[in-house]
Design a protein around this ligand. Sequence first.
Ligand SMILES: C[S@@+](CC[C@H](N)C(=O)[O-])C[C@H]1O[C@@H](n2cnc3c(N)ncnc32)[C@H](O)[C@@H]1O
Length: 193
Amino acid sequence: MSNNDKRFNPEKRHGLLSQERQARWNPPQFLQQFGLQPGHAALDLGCGPGFWALPLAEIVGPTGKVWALDVSQEMLDTLAEQQPPAHVIPVLGELPEIGLATAVTDFIWSAFVYHEVDGDLPAEMLRVSRPGGQVAILEWRPDAADQSGPPGDHRVWPDEVKLALQQAGFTQVTEAWRDANAYVITAYKGTTT
Ligand SMILES: C[S@@+](CC[C@H](N)C(=O)[O-])C[C@H]1O[C@@H](n2cnc3c(N)ncnc32)[C@H](O)[C@@H]1O
């Protein structure tokens, strides 16, 4: 199966901004666990229409920035319709390549996109991370009770994500959060500062 077959259908993009989803995830609160600070440079991989990128921009503030990367121009157009602040920078690009310079991010956020990407995404995440930079990957559990997201055989086990990050050279690779349906793996480039 090509990973294009796993890719989220952009025609369903407005559902990613639904009130039900906002209530489920409460992004401003959920993102608090990662210790982001004003002035941080964040990168939202597979940002979609901005469900996480907009609250990330609130947290890092105008002294920081959020690169919002997606392969779909429709997703980025829907993000633009919400009139994000100027420190949200849309990036049209196809992962695993991240068209940013080396060692520029303090935080990389990947929500429900890792399982859609072919190739060595962890290596690219490591390249663009600053020393001490953090990554956080939110994914569906293959054995989730709630199978309303991607099919079970598209999903990735937390141990697979952890191993890939360790093999890329990330440290402190941890399952930082989980519930019955999803999990977050966090990791750092080198030691935290
Ligand atoms: C399930 S949606 C999640 C969107 C957003 N992260 C969220 O949680 O609201 C997956 C997103 O990843 C994007 N995507 C999938 N494969 C990609 C790739 N290879 N490069 C960049 N973006 C990709 C899709 O266009 C889509 O916007």
